[in-house]
Ligand binder design. Structure first.
Ligand SMILES: [Zn+2]
Length: 186
């Protein structure tokens, strides 16, 4: 059944953070500090707690998540679940109520939790939830040539093929040119 999937709760932010870590924070990437800061910017208290010493922890989290998402793309749920269970056992969630601006909010962890373990837990739980909800086929890899960006398809019919409209139109143009060449025109 076709349905629109919304990633708007704090837990689902874990899916977005996971994908951004995998896509943007490769060990070979430059300016790791800026990348992590831009990923954490959605949560001001995380951003405030971010220190340079935590960068290797985020890079290693990115590598682990990359492994999990590759297992998901290969439909090897056993392998993905194995890694996620390891991560969840190492750093379990620690739900915590905190009063902010006069309103109670349920957080995944207390505000003073260590940042990297907290994100290991947030990301692992978010991906685990996608498996539990039968949404594994919503993970995809961009089909544009030379682009291997991973995404989570929230569209209604779940037929997304590209990471962006840029990759989509680049591919369409390439296919169009190829057809023109094949039909003998230039
Ligand atoms: Zn792409």
């Amino acid at each position: 059944m076709a349905r629109q999937i919304y990633l708007d709760s704090y837990g689902d932010a874990g899916v977005i953070v996971s994908l951004r870590l995998v896509n943007e924070l490769a060990p070979s990437a430059e300016r790791h500090r800026d990348i992590v800061a831009s990923i954490l910017a959605f949560d001001p208290s995380s951003l405030a707690a971010f220190r340079r010493q935590q960068i290797p922890g985020f890079v290693s989290l990115s590598m682990r998540l990359r492994g999990v998402i590759h297992h998901l793309l290969e439909e090897d749920l056993e392998a993905a679940a194995g890694v996620l269970n390891e991560m969840l056992a190492e750093h379990p969630a620690h739900p915590h109520l905190a009063k902010e601006d006069g309103r109670w909010r349920l957080h995944h962890h207390p505000a003073d939790a260590q940042l990297v373990p907290m994100y290991v837990s947030i990301c692992a739980e978010a991906l685990a939830r996608m498996i539990g909800e039968g949404l594994v086929d919503r993970f995809g890899r961009c089909e544009a040539k030379g682009c291997d960006i991973l995404f989570f398809d929230t569209s209604k019919n779940g037929t997304r093929r590209f990471c962006s409209t840029t990759c989509q139109s680049r591919t369409k143009t390439a296919v169009f040119r190829q057809r023109q060449r094949a039909s003998g025109r230039s």
